[in-house]
Design a protein. Structure first.
Length: 309
């Protein structure tokens, strides 16, 4: 009851400040209102609720420049004519995904082959078809991308929302990864997210957050919640959404790196053209070591290179 009253009081203060038209004070009280929560998971729910009542936040955008190459991987089989551009259009089934509700057209792409390899859980020596696309025009995409100087509440919120968006959803393909995470962190409950606010911007703690959200999430509900986040972003940036990957979680608010995921909606897809494909397997030195489990171990400080030892 006390927490509910705190929120109501903060909402009344925000409404009063809103009437003054003082933008600096409005922004301050808006973020105070967002953070009237008991833990980091409640922040996500509060962000959705506030948007529903007309209190919106802009966590930034990115322009994917004309000429940028983007990639997609499909399972290889010799019965599919991958040279047919129709094979590289968005899936006709339009099943629910991280960024899209069921029935909504979306095309999931990566900035590099490696992003796609990890996202599709490919292991050496599996074959796959790698499709290459090119942006015909600039594409503006939203996300939890921006860092605002002197506004830690914005920066921490963006980090938390991004971590939840990229958190893994359990499936048969990532069973080994979840086994490792459960051994690493044990059972995760909401109580684990109560005292994290003051440590989120510590790089060592930030890197753990998507994995902890993954353990907290229930498979049948996770995409419902990420869809709500993406629906909010889409209202401001209808061409698509840029996000880091739980497998390469280095791109966070204020840090732009060359490795990222992108999901394009219909208006963004129209600005792409399919260039061609190649049939590949994972290459490089020790390709058998390249997988989602080992990469998580690298980020969490547990990786041991058995080949070199």
């Amino acid at each position: 009851m006390e927490k509910e009253n705190d929120f109501k009081d903060a909402l009344l203060i925000f409404k009063k400040v809103l009437d003054t038209g003082n933008q600096e004070e409005i922004e301050k009280e808006k973020y105070n209102l967002l953070w009237k929560v008991g833990n980091l998971f409640e922040l996500i729910a509060n962000y959705v609720f506030l948007d529903e009542i007309g209190v919106s936040f802009d966590f930034g955008s990115s322009v994917i420049k004309k000429g940028t190459k983007l990639f997609r991987i499909r399972d290889y089989n010799d019965k599919t004519d991958f040279s047919n551009p129709d094979q590289w259009k968005p899936s006709p089934f339009k099943s629910q995904g991280r960024i899209n509700p069921e029935g909504k057209e979306v095309l999931y792409l990566g900035s590099s082959e490696m992003v796609c390899v990890l996202e599709t859980h490919k292991r050496y020596p599996q074959k796959y078809a790698l499709g290459e696309y090119e942006c015909n025009e600039d594409i503006t995409v939203g996300g939890f991308l921006s860092y605002v100087q002197n506004n830690n509440l914005h920066n921490i919120a963006a980090t938390v929302l991004n971590a939840f968006l990229i958190a893994l959803s359990r499936c048969a393909k990532n069973k080994e990864l979840f086994n490792y995470l459960e051994q690493k962190f044990g059972s995760i409950t909401l109580d684990d997210f109560v005292s994290l606010k003051n440590t989120v911007l510590d790089p060592k703690e930030e890197i753990k957050l998507p994995y902890k959200f993954a353990l907290l999430n229930q498979r049948d509900r996770h995409y419902d919640l990420t869809n709500m986040l993406c629906k909010i972003i889409e209202k401001q940036y209808p061409e698509g959404i840029r996000y880091s990957s739980c497998f390469i979680p280095m791109e966070t608010p204020g840090i732009v790196c060359s490795e990222y995921n992108i999901a394009l909606y219909t208006s963004g897809i129209r600005k792409l053209r399919f260039k061609g494909f190649s049939v590949k397997t994972i290459g490089g030195k020790n390709p058998e070591l390249i997988n989602d489990v080992n990469l998580a171990k690298v980020y969490l400080g547990d990786f041991k290179d058995e080949v070199q030892s």
